[in-house]
Design a protein around this ligand. Sequence first.
Ligand SMILES: [Ca+2]
Ligand SMILES: [Ca+2]
Ligand SMILES: [Ca+2]
Length: 272
Amino acid sequence: MSGDLYWANVVLLCGFEGSDASTSFDDESTPNHTLTAVGNAQIDTAQFKFGSSSALFDGTGDGITTPDSADWDLSDANSDQFTVETWVRFNSLTGEQSLVSQWATSNLSWHIRKLTTHEIQFGWTFNNSGVLTVVTSGASLATDTWYHIAVDKDATGKIRFYVDGVMRGSSTPSNSTIYNSATVLTIGGESNGTARILNGWLDEVRITKGVARYASDSGYTVPVAAFERGGVTAGRAKVWSGSAWAVKPAKVWSGSAWAEKPVKVWNGSAWA
Ligand SMILES: [Ca+2]
Ligand SMILES: [Ca+2]
Ligand SMILES: [Ca+2]
């Protein structure tokens, strides 16, 4: 298996690889958004989930920002799908801490925010006021532990919030559109740059626009490797397992081994 079936939908992907204490951050997605370090946000080789480093935030005045973009406008209709996810490791659980947000005064789009209760919420507005939330139950977040945090919205408008692959909260609001604000997107804090700064580490931050990657009340298997960088090169086909369709690599027998090969379709005059 190689490549991401939904690579074309990935609008932000940060593995935070680099030299210790570097303040240079790279968006590895195709849009390649410009990222700017604020405060003491920096690469840290002491902690990482995958690769050899992560992004460190000290809880005061930090963040990584990127300008407003249509890519952050996640939901103009109830049926608009998206997935926002990251690995997070808390150094301290004091106070509220924002992981990823496009959220500032008069620019209230969405946020993923750890609460003082050691639960975590996805919050949003559809009209720049009156925050709506999905709050986890039973997340019991602790320090010095890597968690995979993900929120996705499927085509029915159902929002699911997962911690380590377990759905810990969900909602299908009558209005699940999200306000299109003009502020910066901020990783490790909120967009006003002063409140709710993360005290800990992030790795593998990914935003996928147009796809609910997990979309399951029964959760998903937590990623065991860094996310794919790039699209699928070999063919894919849907295979019936007996109870559900699953997308699998198309394999061809060479005479001695199975190999993944592109799938071609006859358009009437040529194979494509
Ligand atoms: Ca990393
Ligand atoms: Ca700081
Ligand atoms: Ca916007």
